[in-house]
Each structure stands twice: as structure tokens, then as C-alpha cells.
Design a protein around this ligand. Sequence first.
Ligand SMILES: C[S@@+](CC[C@H](N)C(=O)[O-])C[C@H]1O[C@@H](n2cnc3c(N)ncnc32)[C@H](O)[C@@H]1O
Length: 242
Amino acid sequence: MSVSTDRRPQTSRTNVWRIPSERSSLEWLDCDREFVSRRYDRIAGLITLFEWLLFLPRGLRKQAVAHIGLKPGDRVLEVGCGTGRNLALLQDCVGPTGRVYGVDISQGMLARARRLCEQECWANVTLTLGDALEYVPEEPFDGALFSLSYNTMPHHHAVLTHVLAQLRPGARLVIMDAKVPAGIFGNLILPFAVWLNHLTVLGNPYIHPWRQLAPLVDNFAMEERLFGAYYICWGRKRAKDR
Ligand SMILES: C[S@@+](CC[C@H](N)C(=O)[O-])C[C@H]1O[C@@H](n2cnc3c(N)ncnc32)[C@H](O)[C@@H]1O
């Protein structure tokens, strides 16, 4: 028997369950930010398990970080940094003279990232609890990363333009995420993707972030992995968008 989470996530109730009908299994309702943060508080301990269950390709995080094109001394922002799974990679790129910033809306996720920073004695990581749309940077960034986070933000387009505004001209913004592959296979698994996302990470499978990023940047590029089930896309902030 399949079950799905409440189809009214805009409300404060989170624990109403029902069997989806054929029709509703294809629906996606955006969740409000409180709902998203509470969901992530609850699943914070399961993130590595999800990575494994959802076949996150090995090396995908490293590749995404490499596409930011960071160098020692740079400042980089991870938007929705979660438990800090990319922090070591970002740290490696910017070195001790650089700085890594992370913002996340979930206290539970960020607590784990903070613990990691303490364990690793990283003095140049600044983590902020809050909505990415309200994030006020301490300095301009040389790069930004959305890693498995873009689709979880109901106001993703506004967040994207907000983050682009915080980059230096020429700096790269990278989005890495899962997606429903194109074609018949994708159409077949779409109801499953909708159901699974409602139940777990709240990533809206109907969003096409690459289509939103492409018109806003220079040198847009994209690559796919695992038969189109994952992708990385990136581009440079335009000089005229100062
Ligand atoms: C699937 S996790 C990915 C975490 C991390 N980037 C990674 O690659 O492991 C998505 C993260 O985005 C965060 N998030 C969702 N909406 C957000 C928002 N409006 N502002 C900041 N973070 C948000 C969630 O709390 C969660 O930690």
C-alpha cells in the first residue's frame, strides 16, 4: 500500500496521511517555509541514507564544486547547505585564506553542519540559520552553490535572483540536483517521484532550474549523470548585472 504525506502542506498540520488517488499522485503542492524547515529538522539524521537510496552518483558533489571554479582566498556561499556534506570540498578549494558561507532554514540540519565544523576545526566557515531569500551577506561572493536544495525552495526563482545579486561579476553559480529523466521512462516514474518527494525531501520534480538559470547568466552549461536522473548546470554572473 502506498501512502503520501498531507496534501495541504501550507497548513501547520503535517501528519495527516492518505492513500493517493491516480490523479492526486501527480499533483505537487508547494510547502510553506516552516513546513520545509520542520521536515528537514526531522530527517536531518537520514540525509546520507537518502543519498545512498537515491543513487546519488559518486563524485557528483566534487564535480559540482569544481564547476564553481574557486581559487584559494575566494568567498563562496552554499545555499541550503544542510548538514554540510559539501563543506570539506568547498574548504579545499578556497583554502585557509578563503571563506565558506552556508545558509539553511533548518535548525536540525545546520546543527549537524556546525558539529562538523567543530570536529574539523574549520575556522573559516560561517553558517547562518534562516531563509536564503532573507540572507544578507557579509561580503560579495566569488561563487555560489545550490546542491540538492533548489527544488526544495518554493520561492526558488526569487532566491536565485537574490543570490545572483550577491555575486561578483564573472563569478559562477552552480546548481546540482536530481531530476526526472526526459522521455517515456521519466513520464513513467513521475508519479513515483512526486510521491517520494512529498514523503521525504520535498523537492518539486516539476521545476526545471536550468531553464531559470540559463537566461540570467553568461556561458551557461549543463551536464547530466545517471541517464539524466541528476544534473549540474552553471553560468557566470554578467558584468552588466553589477
Ligand atoms: C536535500 S537538502 C541538501 C543539503 C546540502 N546542500 C547537501 O547537498 O547535502 C536541502 C536543504 O535545503 C534547505 N532549504 C530548503 N529551503 C530553504 C530556504 N528557503 N532557505 C535556506 N535553506 C533552505 C533545507 O533545510 C535542506 O537542508
